[in-house]
Design a protein around this ligand. Structure first.
Ligand code: C6P
Length: 596
């Protein structure tokens, strides 16, 4: 059974809101998670570009679906299957209206933005790209809108070209105009940059692309939750977004496409539900949208996405956009006052996110993220799946604060206050380190050199030592003994920004790249418990002075098994030890760019 989506009658969003006021307190009531605490502090969730939190109405729709509406769709003649099919197709009409698509069948359900882009890059690449053609992506793209096109170019022989940007993180569209020629077959750009928050002039890009006969795909992952999306007005050929960044469930997304294009393109995945007839000689394909929805889809996810769209519509994206513009303005103004801050990207048109680093005193983005987490503040740190952007600005990582409709100015103030405190503590610590006098100072900080040719060789040597001890008490005592040999640098290292979270004891780790090398890392660390200090000594023997890649690739589970760690260390201590190893691995990657 494949009912026509357009004929379905939809529930209208039920929530009433007054036209003029934006009652953020009331909106917050709709999101249960916002009442929770994180590390004992009220949660301040500023990682909305990664994923948004979920409103009760969406959660209820998921529960309701699984409790009373669950069946497979498009297959059964019985009531439940028809009900599930109706809910699924109703959600498609909700999506259609949400993005103002001409027809519901132009909205293909995917697993998310990534899958939507991969779908287009694969089938467009297969059917429409050839040697000599050009595909344009921008310097501002997420890896999800770079790698699929690289693959498509590799397979077709087309050339990938990059639209440049200026120092403010704005695309240079005049340059694009000069680069475009009839060789251009596709321009793939994001609507809003996840790393910098830049809003791109996609309307102009579409016009420029069409003028030379190219198709235009827009990655709308960071746009749909912040302002109205109108694919007809944009006139784009494809538009992809994810449900989870729109207050919906993870694992569900939408790809919009122009009908004639979707009809002309070959299918992506083969399987059930995407066929009309199958024989061993020949298969004919189903009409849109089924042609692109092989296999049992994430029905509950689609239902949840429909509920999320209802919710967003009931609040009103115009009003969300106005509220968020205030938040971003406040955030940027406040951030500019933080000592040593460098905001990365200062686009005139910005939505959702602000990226920055602290330069003076230098604090690693990761460490800032950890220190903010202690205060219950969730931000994202790292390259945000945009390594070319980090390279363009000459930074390995940034801290990114990203807002949603439920964030408040007060939360921004809490975030800024915490940031100021961390920066001040770091500056104080740096000053103390600079003036530390020999007699009263604790042990000097000495970064241990490599103890063996590789972490594995060091691990083998450590394991042989453990073999000498038969029972758990003896092994445990041995770790304590090692701990007594570790230099006492606790007071020197004790900085909020270097603390490793998740350990029962206070643990501080300071990693750095080995001088004059590009790929080796070393670290000093200390803790306020002798057994943890023993663990640190072992970790130093394993990892300090070693190649970052070997550190990242080291199989610590196998090492734990080899020395029988679980016999003499509690599961909580083991978690702490794993936390230290994770910190060392992530620092190794951040400091050298090494990957596993
Ligand atoms: N950005 C972020 O923290 P998926 O994972 O398929 O839902 O979305 C991928 C994606 C594509 N394009 C843009 C512009 C995005 O921001 C994202 C996801 C998250 O910035 C996770 S890396």
């Amino acid at each position: 059974m494949k009912p026509s989506s357009d004929s379905l009658v939809l529930d209208q969003p039920k929530r009433e809101t007054s036209a003029s006021s934006f009652d953020v307190a009331r909106i917050r009531e709709d999101f249960p998670i916002l009442k929770t605490k994180s590390n004992g502090k009220p949660l301040v969730y500023l990682d909305n570009a990664a994923t948004t939190q979920k409103p009760r109405a969406m959660i209820d729709a998921l529960v309701r679906y699984y409790e009373s509406q669950n069946a497979n769709i498009h297959r059964g003649v019985y009531h439940l299957s028809q009900l599930a099919t109706d809910l699924y197709e109703q959600a498609r009409v909700k999506v259609q209206r949400f993005i103002n698509a001409p027809e519901a069948r132009q909205a293909i359900f995917t697993r998310g933005t990534t899958e939507g882009i991969n779908l287009v890059a694969t089938v467009f690449g297969r059917a429409m790209l050839k040697q000599g053609d050009e595909v344009f992506v921008s310097a501002l793209e997420h890896h999800s809108n770079i790698v699929p096109w690289q693959l498509a170019c590799q397979h077709s022989g087309a050339t990938l070209r990059v639209i440049p940007m200026n120092d403010d993180g704005e695309l240079l569209l005049d340059e694009l105009e000069k680069m475009l020629s009839p060789r251009a077959r596709m321009i793939a750009v994001n609507h809003v940059s996840n790393a910098l928050g830049t809003i791109n002039d996609v309307r102009r890009i579409v016009k420029m692309g069409h003028a030379v006969g190219a198709k235009v795909l827009i990655d709308g992952a960071q746009a749909v939750a912040h302002n109205k999306t109108d694919v007809r007005e944009l006139d784009c050929d494809f538009y992809a977004f994810s449900g989870h960044k729109l207050f919906g469930p993870t694992g569900i997304g939408v790809l919009y496409g122009k009908r004639e294009l979707l009809e002309a393109l070959p299918p992506y995945h083969g399987g059930g539900d995407m066929i009309e007839t199958v024989t061993f000689e020949k298969t004919t394909y189903a009409q849109l949208p089924n042609k692109f929805e092989a296999g049992t889809p994430d029905i509950a996810g689609v239902v949840g996405l429909g509920a999320a769209i209802d919710y967003v519509q009931s609040v009103g994206l115009d009003r969300v956009a106005a509220h968020e513009a205030e938040l971003i303005k406040h955030l940027v103004e406040q951030l500019r006052q933080v000592p040593g801050v460098r905001i990365i990207g200062n686009a005139r048109h910005r939505a959702g996110a602000v990226s920055f680093i602290i330069n003076d005193p230098p604090i690693a983005a990761h460490d800032l993220g950890v220190a903010l987490d202690m205060q219950g503040i969730a931000v994202r740190t790292g390259h945000h799946c945009c390594q070319p952007i980090m390279d363009r600005f000459g930074v390995p990582a940034t801290v990114r604060a990203s807002v949603a409709m439920y964030n408040t100015k007060e939360e921004i103030d809490v975030f800024i206050a915490a940031l100021n405190k961390i920066v001040a503590a770091e500056a104080k610590m740096k000053a103390k380190l600079a003036t530390a006098q020999a007699p009263s100072a604790p042990a000097e900080i000495v970064y241990p050199k490599a103890a063996a040719a590789s972490p594995q060789a060091a691990a083998d040597a450590v394991a042989e030592e453990f073999d000498l001890f038969e029972d758990r008490e003896a092994k445990s005592e041995y770790v304590m003994e090692l701990g007594r040999k570790l230099p006492h640098t606790f007071d020197l290292l004790k900085k909020v920004t270097t603390r490793v979270p998740g350990c029962m004891s206070e643990v501080y780790i300071v990693p750095r790249r080995v001088a004059d090398t590009s790929d080796r890392v070393e670290f000093v660390a200390d803790a306020n418990a002798e057994i943890v200090r023993g663990e640190i000594l072992i970790l130093q023997r394993l990892f300090s002075g070693q190649k970052a890649k070997d550190v990242i690739d080291f199989d610590y589970e196998a090492f734990f098994r080899r020395i029988g760690l679980d016999q003499f260390i509690t599961s909580q201590r083991r978690n702490g030890l794993e936390g230290m190893i994770r910190r060392l691995k992530s620092s190794a990657a951040e400091l050298t760019g090494a990957k596993s």
